[in-house]
Design a protein around this ligand. Structure first.
Ligand SMILES: Cc1cc2nc3c(=O)[nH]c(=O)nc-3n(C[C@H](O)[C@H](O)[C@H](O)COP(=O)(O)O)c2cc1C
Length: 347
């Protein structure tokens, strides 16, 4: 039951004007990390409304109460103040676009355009793909300064295992646990690898372990490291020159000998385009001629790619979804900052 549709007016205490710097105050509050929700309801005209809100919080387990606050300037204020029910959607880690859409001050019709939803309690729109959904009955509405505080009684909820989206200091983020410990394999000294190991050691261990797994497949396919590297590089982009392959391999500390190129060509896996300008000296032909995968080479590269994807997927499955996203995000940032010379689209 709604206690009073106007309690916000009754509770209002005249407070002195703030002397806080609004920007700094907002930034200070932003250091409090939250999840991200979209709260939906139906307006008195039956139109759907929805607002992105990170002010959501739990209040009470018994009775089950939650709250969130809505800016008085929100276009949806009247709809939420009169709605008997609203639905809170705790967004999943991959729903930041949806969060952005419902954070724009546009009409409900525009926010819900092309979005599939079903009707929940009180006909509040229920969005899909979220981590958790809570269907609430409006219990109280309080004054909250330039916001109103809506308290809802949770009548129904559903949840899944998809990791939630996080909001931290104005940015979307993902959360990974810092307490989750993974036991070392049998017989391994637990001091070998820990969060306090040097970054160089951790990066090198991760790389060596990962590439050893890939190399197992390479040797099954009777390819040495260099041949594996050449085929991968051509799989990513064909028509590279020998010179280009040397440059790419040098980045990994390896050297591509001509014999490797000739060997792969003799095995029918690559084809060297011999259309050389007449002015080029014969010994340098191969340096500037373009190298392509043959049909057989392409089939092999497809196999290599799917095998490495499998290796990666297995490893990442053990790590967990948010951890994998965090690892990718941080590694790509790290590489971009510290390796400006890395060839574009190396693979
Ligand atoms: C991550 C995030 C969290 C937000 N949290 C709130 C909130 O708790 N309360 C609120 O009133 N606005 C919040 N906003 C802003 C509203 O989503 C935004 O003002 C929206 O345009 C309101 O829609 P409306 O004016 O169409 O009702 C948030 C925005 C973002 C991006």
């Amino acid at each position: 039951m709604i206690n009073d549709l106007q309690p916000s007016q009754q509770n209002r205490q005249p407070l002195p004007e703030t002397t806080l710097d609004p920007r700094e105050f907002r930034q200070a509050l932003g250091t409090f990390t939250t999840g991200v929700t979209i709260v939906t309801a139906r307006g008195p005209d039956g139109a759907p409304v929805g607002v992105t809100a990170n002010s959501f919080n739990s209040v009470s387990l018994n009775p089950p109460l939650v709250l969130w606050s809505l800016a008085r300037k929100s276009q949806s204020l009247a709809a939420f103040e009169s709605a008997s029910h609203w639905a809170v959607h705790i967004l999943a880690h991959d729903q930041n676009d949806l969060s952005g859409r419902f954070a724009r001050s546009t009409s409900g019709a525009e926010k819900f355009e092309d979005i599939k939803y079903e009707d929940g309690l009180g006909e509040a729109p229920l969005l899909s793909g979220c981590t958790t959904r809570l269907q609430c009955r409006t219990a109280h509405i309080y004054d909250g300064g330039d916001h109103v505080i809506l308290v809802g009684e949770v009548l129904r909820f559903d949840k899944c295992d998809t990791p939630p989206l996080v909001f931290q200091s104005g940015n979307y983020a993902i959360a990974t646990s810092t307490t989750q410990t993974v036991m070392p394999p049998d017989g391994e000294d637990p001091r070998n690898v820990s969060e306090t190991s040097s970054l160089g050691y951790l990066l090198a261990s991760a790389y060596l372990h990962f590439s050893a797994k890939s190399r197992e497949h390479a040797s099954e396919l009777e390819l040495n490291d260099i041949e594996y590297l050449i085929l991968n590089a051509l799989g990513a982009r064909e028509a590279r020159t020998y010179h280009e392959l040397i440059t790419l391999a040098a980045y990994t500390g390896r050297f591509v000998g001509r014999e490797s190129i000739n060997d792969l060509a003799a095995r029918g896996l690559i084809r060297i385009d011999d259309e050389i300008e007449e002015t080029t000296n014969p010994p340098e032909h191969i340096d500037h001629s373009h190298i392509y995968l043959t049909q057989e080479g392409k089939v092999l590269v497809t196999r290599i790619t799917s095998q490495s994807q499998q290796v990666e997927e297995n490893m990442m499955r053990q790590l967990g979804v948010p951890e994998t996203i965090a690892l990718r995000t941080l590694l790509s940032r790290f590489v971009r900052i510290h390796s400006p010379l890395i060839p574009y689209r190396w693979f």
